[in-house]
Design a protein around this ligand. Structure first.
Ligand code: DAH
Length: 350
């Protein structure tokens, strides 16, 4: 009777394994047959009741069921695991023939572009790039450039003073302030040859003026420096940046930190000097201020003005960018409109 029961169980087990579909079903079978109250466990516990002469056969048969169950369990278990791995491999397969995701490429800002052009030209002439801070003292920005308090030439640049620091600190209104810093930092008080590009700030706002714009300042100090050196330098520079056909003209002018001072005009880039709306029919466009460094300026920063002379020049880089790239309104340069900036993509070699 007992042996028949085991026999039945073996058949049941054989049948049940035929229809197992997945790992979950397999696990619940294990529960059903081999757990504490499982069918195989329970039948095994009947051994106590089995008459002695049948015990041996009964035990063997129960073992047979157990072995069968375990073997089938292992076989199906590894089958399901393999299937799962294959499915995972299939679903995670990378199709290397699919097109890649496009990486958005930025473009260089027109002001970075023009600044690099300026720097390259001056580096090729032996200058070093000098970097000055945008927050500057009144002393460096004006007083040591021969613009004492109350000087009328301050008016155009008397602008963004820092709160609670009125007449002490401001955001610089001209890169000329780099002249003072470079001279003061040079402890030997010897020759200097620097250009300082950077942002400056003034109380201005229209199509050709912005409250923030970019200048570049140049300063050369040495023995026997003359106006001829200044002229030659600026002529070479203007031709390099605006084209070899460009002509340069010097007009007498006034700046407190240079004596004599000049304003520098170039032939109009649009009409070549014939006269057009851009140059207001004059054929010329003013681009630079320059001059021989005033002896007072040299002396105030510790230089011996009997031994050393210098020339200085300053210009707005935005104007050059506007002319070179045909930008009609300076405010677009600082507007950060992607549609404007995108136009400068891939223009490096043009
Ligand atoms: N700093 C002057 C300005 O912002 C430009 C300038 C004029 C710079 C003459 C110079 C110079 O170095 O010599 O208008």
């Amino acid at each position: 009777m007992y042996n028949e029961k085991v026999e039945e169980l073996l058949n049941e087990v054989k049948n049940i394994f035929l229809s197992v579909k997945d790992k979950t079903e397999l696990e619940s079978l294990k529960q059903e047959y081999l757990s504490k109250n499982g069918k195989i466990t329970q039948i095994n516990s009947l051994i106590k009741e089995v008459p002695n002469e049948e015990k041996r056969e009964f035990g063997m048969k129960v073992n047979e069921v157990k072995t069968y169950f375990n073997e089938e369990y292992e076989r199906l278990n590894s089958e399901f695991e393999l299937k799962a791995i294959n499915e995972k491999l299939e679903s995670e397969r990378i199709d290397i023939t699919l097109p890649g995701k496009k990486v958005k490429r930025g473009s260089k800002h027109p002001m970075s572009r023009i600044q690099e052009e300026f720097e390259d030209i001056f580096i090729s002439m032996g200058y070093t790039i000098y970097d000055g801070p945008e927050i500057e003292s009144d002393e460096n920005c004006f007083q040591k450039l021969n613009l004492p308090k109350g000087h009328p030439a301050r008016d155009a640049q008397d602008t963004f003073y820092l709160k609670d620091e009125y007449e002490k600190f401001l955001i610089r209104s001209q890169t000329s302030t780099a002249q003072v810093r470079a001279m003061e930092e040079n402890k030997e008080k010897g020759p200097l040859r620097i250009v300082c590009p950077g942002k400056v700030y003034r109380r201005d706002e229209d199509a050709t003026h912005s409250h923030q714009f970019m200048q570049i300042e140049g300063l050369v100090i040495d023995e026997n420096v003359s106006m001829a050196d200044l002229k030659g330098t600026l002529e070479v520079f203007c031709k390099k940046i605006l084209g070899e056909k460009t002509q340069v003209r010097f007009r007498p002018s006034f700046f407190p930190f240079t004596e004599p001072s000049v304003e520098v005009d170039v032939t109009c880039f649009k009409c070549g000097g014939k006269g057009c709306s851009l140059c207001k029919q004059t054929g010329w466009i003013e681009v630079l201020g320059a001059g021989m460094v005033h002896p007072n300026v040299l002396e105030m920063s510790g230089y011996d003005s009997k031994k050393y002379q210098g020339f200085a020049f300053g210009t707005g880089m935005d104007r050059f960018a506007m002319f070179k790239y045909g930008i009609p309104d300076i405010r677009t340069i600082y507007g950060n409109d992607i549609r404007f900036l995108n136009q400068f993509d891939r223009k490096d070699n043009e």
